[in-house]
Design a protein around this ligand. Structure first.
Ligand code: F6R
Length: 609
């Protein structure tokens, strides 16, 4: 979603802002803009569409001189993508310029008040209200005006503000939307995401809700919600700028697909000690596990699909009733959770608005929360009772692949740890699963080496109008993910069904040549799924089957095309079955000429409800 960058120092600000915005493009946006202070004025330039339009319009920033500035990529919520609605928003007097991520819920009320005071508005946005309100309160002290305006705002915001009256300072404020301050040499930065500034510095501080940062070229002062200056921890970012670049691959998505062996290995090995799964530094003590009456896994999109895998695994191995609930549904469902409930919160970004709200609701009801998060220092990571990080590194492609795989790996570890504490996993099975877990990276490599086969299947089927996925149990969970991956990047209509549900309606959609992808890696229900395959082939469907190698004989006979994954422990098949489906989606989208890394209408981090 929207991206923010700010710079104050001795260099020309505009090229730094434009570069920072280019690193935030992956988040999804539909317009971009910058404001730079020079000679007593704020010079603001905005352009709808790709960032390149703004780069061209400003001659790569050369037309906008000055050493203090803010920039923004906007993903429209209030008002269409247009130059007027793009950020930065400058107050009518021209004194205050603001960029904003989030939503100001009471903006109409504030707008009415300002209009009644004679303030004239240009845009339809909630953000313009903020610049006008700060200007309304401005009386020679920017910090005072910002504080007074913030006190009136309801909603969520990461706000960054500059003023033509006090050009030696940038003010940043955060509530429910991420914001960092980054420290340079004789200069400082503000950004919604580390990627925007990593080229210049690795030293960052993560702002907390209700904190305000006063950033000057040679100092940063952070104030808490009571207006008291506080010491902020400075963190060194560990990952490299190369991790956020394509490294010779044509798209981030295919690069990230290929990073999965490493990501799975790193994530697993962080929690295996002396051959045993060790989560002793989390809340999962034996006493705690014995007290759990219910587990709820919350997340959105692919994170929810990891939750569906987790639901099957946790119920099977721990016998604790478990549900996977969409965060957007959980938060308004009056959930029945209490101090005997464990809530597993899954999120790559750690900033998904619905997931944050669902987690807060669970905490309010007394439940304990364990988060599986990729982005260090994100809101979910900070607020959960404990965090297990997925060590996927920065994920740039909008469609998740490597973070999803890392989440699956953590889900296995959590399942094994709880089952172990409850005495439900005998030593031999524990050791067998751990042995197979450690072999997963190698087996994923093996699948990746066979990717041409999926490219060939994709070239056969990329013109289909509709593609169905079927599976049972864990294979159903993987079908959900395979279908989402395909539809989000190729724009082909696709649905996933539990194999047994076909006869209850969906089979009427099967026509001669409809492609059905049958995920048949769950050994216990392999024969059942093959019966579903027969039902659709009898109606003329083409079937592409994904199965384990040892079933290649029976699977090949029943279908048009097949892809075989290496055999593994039955708990772990999702990690292997997901890879061919990611590759198939990628190659279909490639054949259709889609914008793979930035699919239309989607944002990487969904920070609004
Ligand atoms: C799909 C995808 C999304 C995210 C969802 C949750 O490829 O990436 O469905 O999984 O928006 O995002 P996070 O994990 O950041 O909470």
């Amino acid at each position: 979603m929207c991206g923010i960058v700010g710079y104050i120092g001795r260099e020309e600000a505009a090229p730094i802002l434009l570069y920072g915005l280019s690193r935030l493009e992956y988040r999804g946006y539909d317009s971009a803009g910058i404001s730079v202070y020079n000679n007593g004025c704020l010079n603001t330039v905005k352009a709808v569409g790709k960032l390149q339009n703004l780069i061209d319009l400003t001659d790569s920033g050369k037309n906008v001189p000055g050493c203090v500035g803010i920039g923004h990529t906007r993903w429209a919520t209030h008002g269409q993508p247009s130059d007027i609605n793009s950020h930065p928003h400058v107050s009518a007097s021209g004194k205050i310029s603001v960029v904003h991520n989030g939503i100001i819920e009471n903006y109409l009320e504030l707008k009415e008040m300002l209009i009644s005071e004679g303030v004239q508005f240009k845009s339809e946005t909630d953000t313009e209200v903020v610049s006008q309100l700060i200007d309304y309160y401005y009386n020679g002290d920017l910090m005072d005006a910002v504080s007074r305006a913030l006190a009136k705002l309801e909603g969520s915001y990461a706000l960054v503000i500059i003023s033509s009256e006090q050009p030696d300072v940038i003010i940043a404020a955060r509530k429910d939307a991420p914001l960092i301050v980054a420290y340079g040499d004789g200069c400082n930065y503000i950004a919604s995401d580390v990627a925007a500034v990593l080229k210049y510095t690795r030293q960052v501080s993560y702002l907390e809700d209700d904190e305000i940062a006063v950033v000057k070229a040679d100092s940063v002062t952070v104030y808490n919600e009571y207006g008291k200056p506080i010491d902020k921890a400075v963190t060194t970012v560990e990952w490299d700028i190369e991790d956020a670049q394509k490294g010779g691959y044509p798209h981030f998505m295919i690069k990230e697909i290929h990073e999965q062996p490493k990501v799975i290995r790193n994530t697993i090995s962080a929690h295996i000690k002396d051959g045993r799964v060790d989560l002793s530094d989390t809340i999962l003590s034996e006493e705690f596990c014995r007290d759990i009456r219910r587990i709820c896994i919350i997340g959105c999109g692919s994170a929810n699909h990891v939750g569906v895998v987790g639901r099957y695994l946790l119920e099977k191995y721990t016998r604790i009733p478990t549900e996977a609930v969409l965060a957007s549904e959980f938060r308004y469902s009056e959930p029945i959770v209490d101090e005997h409930s464990l809530i597993i919160v899954i999120s790559q970004s750690g900033e998904t608005a619905d997931t944050i709200a669902a987690m807060r609701e669970a905490k309010r009801l007394g439940a304990k929360t364990l988060a599986i998060v990729n982005v260090v220092g994100s809101t979910i990571a900070k607020e959960a009772d404990c965090v297990l990080y997925t060590l996927a590194g920065p994920e740039i492609a909008v469609a998740t692949t490597k973070a999803y795989s890392a989440q699956l790996a953590v889900m296995y570890l959590v399942t094994i740890a709880i089952a172990d504490k409850l005495g439900r996993l005998d030593a031999a099975e524990h050791d067998e699963i751990v042995r197979e877990l450690c072999l997963l990276p190698e087996k994923v490599e093996h699948i990746l080496a066979d990717k041409e086969k999926l490219q060939q299947y994709a070239s056969q089927y990329f013109n289909n109008e509709s593609i169905f996925f079927i599976g049972r149990n864990l294979d159903y969970a993987i079908s959900l993910e395979g279908s989402l991956k395909l539809k989000e990047i190729s724009y082909i209509h696709s649905e996933a069904y539990a194999g047994g549900e076909l006869k209850h309606g969906t089979i009427s959609l099967i026509e001669p040549k409809t492609l059905v992808i049958a995920v048949a890696t769950y050994e216990k229900l392999f024969d059942k799924l093959m019966s579903n395959v027969k039902e659709v082939t009898a109606r003329g469907a083409n079937v592409l089957c994904v199965a384990q190698q040892h079933n290649s004989g029976s699977a090949t006979d029943a279908v048009n095309n097949a892809f075989f994954i290496p055999d593994t422990h039955e708990m772990l098949t999702p990690s292997l079955a997901a890879i061919p489906l990611q590759l198939f989606a990628y190659y279909v989208a490639l054949s259709r000429g889609c914008d793979i890394d930035k699919p239309r209408n989607l944002a990487k981090s969904v920070t609004v409800e």
